[in-house]
Design a protein around this ligand. Structure first.
Ligand code: ADP
Ligand code: MG
Length: 393
């Protein structure tokens, strides 16, 4: 699907996206920069992507009329929201190219299916999921092996940013924890001694071509991504290669088309570098890849456009080391009084790129934007990031 005006068409080639959050907004920016028009389907009339799209269809994700309109307007359709009903992607795919496909999204939507897929790939990659058990009934809770405790009980579906998770220290807390999570299907994972967290973002084409962003190092606070680092010194090269190989297998075995992010733990196993464990995947661009807009010559969002449109996938090159800082709604509040962050101070620092998502309601914990700090070396980027974080309080 070539961009821009076509000799015989009345309108530019239009790409569709399900979901109107910040990931969709940055997809819209990348697609429009290349000459595509974009239609966004999201029920929220003020959604970040809906506000910058050429067309905003403000209906529910499973609204028949909304979906019919999307199919009629768009030459190809993707998603930025992994909890869009997978069946909807299947319906759309009967009429239009859809990437990623419904089966891959269905696996990513369910921690139990996701872990089964990771375990199946582990035979080849040597990188498996955390020790875990699937909880579907009270009887499953009785059968839990003591080696899984202390553990984390996670709902199989709909969790994000650490939501839908509870720490469980002892066996006698299990039933109450499962009750608090609504007795929905869950996964109990052993709580692992994390040394570090990594993520790998790849784009895979229908012909099997796969390109990857540089492997990212991630720091989470309260279950929410806080900082991502890339560049020389961010990640041990041997671990990076292992994570890349594992991601390639995970994507290939799903016949994945589009942008995929796989998150890894580096677990303390007594060895000098630690051991890799695969945590979860997202069938879309990822918060840990936002640096690619400013630090790479091809961003994760341009890769999403290219994969969807069937354009060549070229390997992104990192031209600067980078530190990405998430900007949560908390920054707009001090002692319960609304404040404006010191943008002028932050933007006076070298290599600072400010991205705000156009959300008007700065609730604590809400992702409002991010800063990417680019520099010739990671040490320099870290220095500036520290100063920026201090200015923002
Ligand atoms: P989410 O879908 O909310 O991102 P994750 O499973 O990635 O859920 O968990 C969020 C964060 O919680 C992880 O990035 C990690 O910091 C921590 N965490 C999750 N599972 C474990 C575990 N088994 N052991 C130790 N820490 C964990
Ligand atoms: Mg996660």
């Amino acid at each position: 699907l070539l961009p821009g005006p076509q000799p015989t068409a009345a309108r530019p080639t239009t790409l569709g996206v399900l979901g109107g959050g910040q990931l969709g907004r940055m997809f819209v920016h990348a697609a429009q920069a290349m000459g595509y028009a974009v239609a966004v389907l999201d029920p929220d009339p003020a959604s970040p992507a809906g506000r910058v799209a050429d067309v905003h269809i403000a209906t529910a994700y499973d609204d028949e009329q909304g979906l019919a309109q999307l199919m009629q307007r768009c030459e190809a359709i993707t998603t930025e929201f992994e909890n869009v009903p997978a069946a909807v992607l299947g319906t759309l795919a009967a009429q239009r190219p859809v990437a990623p496909h419904a089966q891959a999204v269905a696996v990513a939507q369910d921690r139990a299916a996701e872990k089964a897929h990771f375990a199946a790939c582990a035979a080849r990659t040597g990188v498996g999921p955390a020790p875990h058990a699937i909880i579907r009934s009270a009887a499953d809770l009785q059968r839990i092996d003591d080696t899984l405790l202390p553990g984390i009980l996670k709902t199989a579906r709909l969790g994000y940013d650490g939501k839908g998770q509870l720490r469980v220290q002892h066996r006698d807390e299990l039933a109450a924890a499962w009750q608090r999570l609504g007795q929905v299907p869950c996964v109990l994972e052993r709580h692992l001694p994390l040394r570090d967290e990594l993520s790998v973002i790849v784009a895979r084409g229908a012909d099997g071509t796969l390109v990857a962003l540089p492997v990212q190092r991630n720091v989470h606070r309260d279950g929410i991504l806080a900082v991502t680092e890339v560049g020389d010194g961010a990640v041990d090269p041997t671990l990076a290669q292992q994570a890349l190989d594992a991601t390639q297998a995970i994507a290939a075995d799903l016949h994945y088309v589009g942008v995929l992010c796989v998150e890894f733990f580096v677990v303390d196993d007594g060895s000098p570098s630690g051991a890799l464990v695969v945590n979860e995947m997202a069938p879309r661009p990822h918060n840990s890849g936002h640096h690619s807009i400013d630090a790479c010559d091809v961003s994760q969002f341009e890769l999403q456009v290219r994969a969807l449109a069937g354009l060549p996938l070229v390997a992104p090159r990192l031209h600067s080391a980078a530190v990405m800082l998430n900007l949560l709604g908390n920054l707009w509040w001090r002692d319960d009084v609304a404040v404006t962050p010191d943008w002028a101070g932050v933007l006076a620092l070298p290599g600072v790129h400010l991205h705000l998502y156009g959300k008007l309601d700065a609730r604590p914990g809400r992702k409002m934007g991010h800063l990417t700090i680019t520099a010739p070396t990671l040490a320099q980027a870290r220095d500036v990031a520290r100063t920026a974080a201090t200015l923002l309080g």
